[in-house]
Design a protein around this ligand. Structure first.
Ligand SMILES: Nc1ncnc2c1ncn2[C@@H]1O[C@H](COP(=O)(O)OP(=O)(O)OP(=O)(O)O)[C@@H](O)[C@H]1O
Ligand SMILES: [Mg+2]
Length: 358
């Protein structure tokens, strides 16, 4: 099991400085709106993944008017304490474990896992395909180092190929070793990524179905359809066939960077036709399935971070969720709420709950 024991924040978001201890199995962070509950949760996420869950713009995590932050936490790593420290200063990030600095930040990815469930996550269902690709990529990148490396290279080469298309679209050379190189790289990495995404969704769907069933009293049939150009024909063929079109629009129109997943309930699209309640159940089921998938592959339970869930869930779903996360399959849970009383009531008492009051 992965757990975090304590955390110290310096110039992180609204915290000038602060130290907090986390309990097991449950810690509840309470305080009024704007007091820094979500930020504290995000700091835990930061130490696991060296980035914020909420903001891809790094500077946003630095306290306003300052030029850097530091976050440090003590984790339990297979029974031993390990201190992970992350420092960000003037655009440069440093990460260390027990005082030894990582050469590559990516070496840390997968060591500690966390799954966040936050109010805006409904975007995963309602918004465009980019968020869903990011979500799948974040899961596969922390369970498969080769996936992460190939994905980063694919994205780099894609930019290079697009730059080539921009440069040559009026007058393309009949023979370009550069373009051939880009194509062969994209084909190699793209095919690997496609294969892994296929395998992932196969393992993921049964978990998703199981949690959806537990969260919703309804009996809907759930399906997830993986849509990729590569299902139709290999990427090498696509790149050749759509070359003229790529030149015209000056970018690469086919490949795994266009993949998407459609969530289906009783044979119709959840995004277009699902009710709010169905979407909520589906979203929570997705996150719980993500949790169990990571646990199965990595062999240790992630930290579950629940932001403001009591605001969002009705009584039935709430009870089902609490039953699940207090079961054997789940480990440390850190959650936020404006009212301690509501949490105590939901959990049926204070036992086993540590409180951080902001
Ligand atoms: N980079 C930053 N520097 C200084 N303050 C910041 C920074 N980023 C966010 N804040 C402040 O942090 C506060 C919000 O903290 P947070 O979102 O964690 O609150 P919360 O307790 O989760 O509130 P709510 O109950 O409304 O969700 C706001 O007052 C915001 O202005
Ligand atoms: Mg909040």
């Amino acid at each position: 099991m992965n757990t975090i024991k304590n955390i110290t924040l310096v110039q992180f978001r609204n915290y000038s400085s602060g130290s907090f201890a986390f309990a097991e199995p449950i810690t509840c962070i309470t305080g009024p709106n704007g007091s820094g509950k979500t930020n504290l949760l995000d700091a835990v996420y930061y130490l696991c993944y060296t980035k914020s869950y909420f903001s891809s713009y790094q500077q946003n995590s630095v306290q306003k008017g300052m030029d850097g932050f530091r976050v440090q936490g003590t984790f339990d790593h297979k029974g031993y304490d390990e201190i992970i420290a992350c420092k960000w200063k003037q655009g440069k990030k440093e990460l260390s474990a027990d005082g030894t600095e990582y050469e590559k930040l990516t070496d840390h990815i997968g060591r500690y896992a966390a799954v966040m469930i936050a109010p805006d996550d409904m975007e995963l269902i309602n918004d465009g395909s980019e968020l869903r690709r990011k979500w799948v990529d974040s899961i596969l990148s922390q369970t498969d180092r080769e996936y992460l490396e190939r994905l980063m290279r694919y994205q780099r080469v894609l930019l290079q190929r697009n730059a080539w298309l921009k440069l040559h679209y009026l007058n393309p050379p009949s023979n370009s070793p550069e373009l051939e190189y880009y194509n062969s790289q994209l084909v190699g990495d793209g095919t690997y990524i496609y294969q892994k995404r296929l395998e992932f969704i196969d393992k993921f769907i049964p978990l998703l179905r199981e949690y959806y069933k537990q969260l919703s009293s309804d009996k809907e049939q759930i399906q997830v359809a993986y849509e990729s150009n590569l299902t139709e024909k290999p990427l090498a063929q696509w790149l050749e066939q759509s070359f003229q079109n790529d030149l015209r629009v000056q970018r690469t129109m086919r490949g795994i960077h266009r993949d998407d997943w459609t969530f289906i309930l009783n044979d119709i699209s959840l995004k277009s036709f699902g009710s709010q309640g169905q979407k909520k159940s589906f979203l929570f089921a997705m996150k719980l399935a993500q949790y169990t998938y990571l646990n199965n592959v990595q062999g240790h339970k992630p930290i579950l971070l629940l932001d403001d869930i009591f605001e969002k869930l009705d009584q039935n779903r709430m009870e089902a969720l609490l039953r699940i996360i207090r079961g054997d399959g789940f480990g440390q849970v850190i959650l936020t709420d404006t009212h301690a009383g509501r949490v105590v009531e939901a959990f049926g008492g204070r036992e086993g709950i540590g409180f951080i009051e902001l």
